[in-house]
Write a protein that binds this ligand. Structure first.
Ligand code: PRP
Length: 220
């Protein structure tokens, strides 16, 4: 019989990875090697199931999957929207829930109502542009930042920000608030388009098992 090829997973480093690994473990997919926190290895293998796993930064996960360096990825919907990669989005994993919002000081609310030319700071310029240009038809100046975006309105770089809000505590502690909600976000499973054809049976089996497990968790 022909030797099975490895299926490779690209997981988003950090909280999403640990939640993904717990969920995969619930459907019998484990990777003991990955549990060793001191390991500096980048690729982890489950020889028995012929699976490989690696961790990557969120924005890079859709890239690995689009180019086929990984067959399957787990990544936040925010990165999928921002990166616009050609991959199949097959499952909402239900964790990593948060919202993409326009935030700022309360006084900035009126700037959004009167379609004024404002400055918007964000780690997500594509999402910000789509929201302001295509949905609100408001011309804005978008400034790309790489983190701690809440600083934007505080130090006078921008009027508002477009950013992820989870608990809302970063906003509260800095005197900012949600002004408008753009969309809900959560972790998604994505699949390379060629892998979906070539390894259809194995990938479908994983999707079905995950979907069943998620439905059980939700009491459906
Ligand atoms: C994210 C996001 C907000 C914060 C929201 O930042 O950009 O700053 O979390 O979470 P909260 O609503 O629970 O306070 P992250 O921690 O990823 O770091 P960053 O600011 O460097 O992007």
């Amino acid at each position: 019989m022909e030797e099975k090829r490895y299926l490779t997973f690209a997981l988003t480093k950090g909280r999403l990875a640990s939640k993904t690994l717990s969920l995969l473990e619930e459907i019998g997919i484990t990777c003991e090697e990955m549990k060793d926190k001191d390991s500096r290895k980048l690729i982890f293998v489950n020889e028995e199931l012929k699976l490989k796993f690696f961790l990557a930064k969120g924005p890079d996960v859709p890239t690995y999957v689009e180019y086929g360096a990984a067959d399957i990825g787990v990544v936040g919907k925010d990165e999928l929207l921002e990166e616009g990669r050609r991959v199949y989005e097959v499952l909402d994993l239900g964790f990593g829930k948060c919202r993409m919002c326009v935030c700022g000081p309360a006084k900035a609310k009126k700037l959004l109502q009167h379609h004024e030319m404002i400055r918007v700071a964000s780690k997500y310029p594509v999402i910000a542009k789509d929201y302001f240009y295509n949905k609100k038809h408001q011309t804005v100046d978008i400034i790309k930042l790489n983190g701690s975006v809440e600083l934007g309105p505080i130090v006078g770089l921008s009027d508002v920000i477009v950013d992820i809000v989870e608990t809302g505590s970063t906003l509260r502690e800095n005197g900012l608030e949600v002004l408008e909600e753009i969309c809900p976000l959560s972790a998604r499973m994505i699949v390379n388009r060629v892998s979906m054809q070539m390894e259809n049976q194995r990938i479908k089996e994983i999707i079905v098992k995950l979907r069943t497990r998620l439905a059980q968790q939700n009491g459906v």
